[in-house]
Design a protein around this ligand. Sequence first.
Ligand code: B12
Ligand code: SF4
Length: 494
Amino acid sequence: MIPLLILYNPASNATRKPILPMSLLALGALLEGRHEYAIVDGNLEADPLTTIDRLVRETGADLLGVTVMPGPQLKSAVLHCRMLKELHPSLTIVWGGYFPTQHYDVCLRDRCVDYVVRGHGEVVFSALVAALYAGDDPTGLPGLAFRAPGTGQIVSNPLAPIPHPGRLPRFPYHRLELGRYIRPTFLGKRTLAHHSSYGCPFFCNFCAVVNMVHGRWLAQSAEQTADVVRYLANTWSVDAIEFYDNNFFVHEARTAEFAERITDLGIAWWGEARIDTLLKYQERTWALMAESGLRMIFMGAESGSDETLRRMNKGGTAATEKTLVIAAKTAQYGIIPEFSFVLGNPPDPEADVRQTIEFIRRLKRVNPNAEIVLYLYTPVPLPGDLYDQATSHGFRFPETLDEWISATWLDFSQRRNNHVPWLKDSLRRDIRNFERVLNAYYPTSTDRKLRGALRLILKAVSAWRYHLRVYRYPLELRALHKVIAYQRPETSGF
Ligand code: B12
Ligand code: SF4
């Protein structure tokens, strides 16, 4: 009997929202017909550790592939893998995903991880599985990091080429109870996700995607992407799709053709874009996108300062003006723009925050429906101006998994309460206070529970603060929040 192979998605959010584990579907697509495997999803299973332990005992499973993002998912991955190694010392554990790709050395310093596959890993993983089952030495595989036999030294081979999503087999949806992943969102009653491209052609120096793909972008064709959407709409009555691509809109002709192909389905959709890319789109493409059901576009505006944007390597010249132009453009087509900002950047985080807050106010004047999502600058190990500034302030990444899963670093990973040397507590508070006033004065349209009257109340109560720029001590808004519980704009959570 060929032993079962287990693919594990540790819980990726506190509320255990069921989110399609596409990383595992991508791995599974290349295992179909070659290996017996099972997917264990920590977002759905009450006790995934017991499930995996049982599968290992009952089936003799000896290989576990784990997908790992920084944050709470990393914590579950560490604790569960350590436990499983103790129970089953001969279980081979392979990690992949964004965290191990960047911090493979930290992962492999811990005995609960045997191999790390770096980058987009389905092809390498399937080769690794084949090598391990054949008893061959896998250490020559590109994209593989491991402890060298004998010396124990940690080695990473150069990354493998990125597999082309247009040439990969379709996701094996039948391996999951797909119905459990369909959920109501602001887009529709039955929303599901898809991922139609790998990578991004840009090099913003705060972004983890760069280390993953080094400027490559490869995509399914418009026809293939539309076929997936059609399948999900026809077979699963899905009425809304969230595209989790890092940058869905890179290729205008693909976007236009995709929009044309799905217009008859009457679904709503959402995706992520670069502002400067969209500014080059023709009017016809905008019309097609709007007609096809594109409801909202997530864009990294990042900063209200052209100088900070230059240091981030983002947006070219007069980048902030481009954000204002796109805010007006989306309003013209009835598409809601969702702008994310990265605040508190070194070397002068105070000035950076002040400038960006003023810019957000300008942006809201241009398009009051624009959604604003605020993050704190969180370094990624990527050479460049920002990371150099961070390290010159004494910033360093943890060297052990234990440190990574401590409360401080979990907060850091979630870009919430960064304990970074250049950001004072008072400034962090100022940002949160501004956000509270902003979200009250402009309640997000993604909040499905917030009806007309409640919106008016929030706006009325916060108006004086917003107009007079009095953001400090918003005690009454905090109290109101307890009663009305208004939320931040909903994104796909990153
Ligand atoms: C969907 C998503 C989520 C979902 C959860 C998904 C899940 N697995 O359950 C939700 C919304 C919950 C979420 C939450 C968060 N996310 Co998130 N998320 C994404 C998103 C948009 C798509 C992931 C996806 O499905 N991709 C499609 C699949 C096919 O690609 P993939 O996951 O990269 O998998 C490939 C490779 O990574 C690799 N691989 C992955 N796993 C494995 C496992 C093995 C064994 C092997 C061999 C290979 C392998 O091979 C796969 C196939 O090519 C990505 C961005 C992106 N576009 O990828 C961000 C992203 C991964 N998230 C990110 C972040 C920061 C977070 C949060 C920390 C955000 C926050 N503020 O809290 C949280 C933390 C979650 C947690 N609890 O720990 C960052 C990670 C950045 C970094 N520094 O590493 C990303 C890259 C977004 C970004 N651009 O910054 N996220
Ligand atoms: S921030 Fe966006 S545009 Fe920049 S590299 Fe990352 S995914 Fe690409």
